[in-house]
Write a new protein. Sequence first.
Length: 134
Amino acid sequence: MSRWGPWRAAERRLGRIVAVARIETLRLIRDRVAISLIALVPVVQIVLFGYAVNLDPKNVRIAIAGSDVSSVERAARIVGETGYFRIAGLGVPPGAAEMMAAECQRVRRRGGRHRRRERQGERSRRSDDASGRR
């Protein structure tokens, strides 16, 4: 076997790859649906992520735990200036902050239907109070 044997085999494989790529490119150029999808999907994503999806969190509830009053107040001032957070507890003991976080998670998991039912119950109680019924 000559020393050019492996190179010739690699050259043939590369030639096959180029031929398949050429054929697929020609098929793609002729397929108007595929071309429109290739152009349309990125445009839709740009519009969607540029305008419709807002990745800036606002009014995230947090609790600041600590025993040193000056450091807690300084942290609260810095966090409050960002505009992203709403302070739910200030200077709470560390265990209480964890319990507050767990409570927030539990309320969030209950979902919208439960909150809607609570609001409807409040409305019906208000209307009963206004009409004088009990």
